[in-house]
Ligand binder design. Structure first.
Ligand SMILES: [Zn+2]
Length: 164
């Protein structure tokens, strides 16, 4: 005896026993095998998942390894019009702050002698007037001459924002 899982034309599942597979074929052809649910004789063997044993381990399908690091990050929206931007490092920011501090200190504690700077600096250098802190303007040529005469001075730090 052999047991077949069958299905009728209306997808009713049922089982039936046969002498052998030839008997099954013969009985189905003769319309002797009827669906117990609807009575249809148009039946055929149901397609069944093969049972190869309960202990069979499910096949491990290796998941495609997708390292998160290589996953492309979400692209920033490209719709917006580009604007000029700049990155200012903390060091640069600190430098500018120090520069401003120094400048503020100098301008607060020194006399602004303006265009008279070379003359005033020279007078101090030669002891004609008391030494004091001054600041002012000097052309490159005047600055060169002062340096050559050994007059010690320093260019006033210019903040990047104040150029032009
Ligand atoms: Zn049926």
């Amino acid at each position: 005896m052999i047991r077949y899982a069958l299905v009728c034309e209306r997808q009713h599942d049922f089982e039936s026993w046969f002498q052998n597979s030839a008997a099954y074929d013969k009985q189905v052809k003769r319309g002797l095998v009827a669906c117990p649910v609807c009575g249809s004789v148009k039946v055929e063997k149901a397609i069944m998942a093969p049972r190869l044993g309960h202990s069979q381990k499910p096949i491990d399908v290796p998941q495609p390894a997708a390292p998160a690091a290589e996953t492309p990050a979400a692209q920033p929206p490209a719709a917006e019009a580009p604007a000029p931007v700049a990155m200012v490092s903390p060091q640069e920011r600190e430098f500018r702050a120090k520069l401003k501090e120094l400048r503020d200190h100098l301008t607060k504690n020194a006399d602004n002698v303006g265009r008279k700077f070379p003359e005033e600096a020279r007078k101090m250098h030669y002891g004609e007037i008391e030494h004091r802190s001054i600041y002012g303007e000097a052309s490159p040529q005047e600055a060169k001459e002062l340096h050559e005469e050994g007059v010690e001075f320093h260019p006033l730090p210019v903040l990047p924002e104040e150029r032009n």
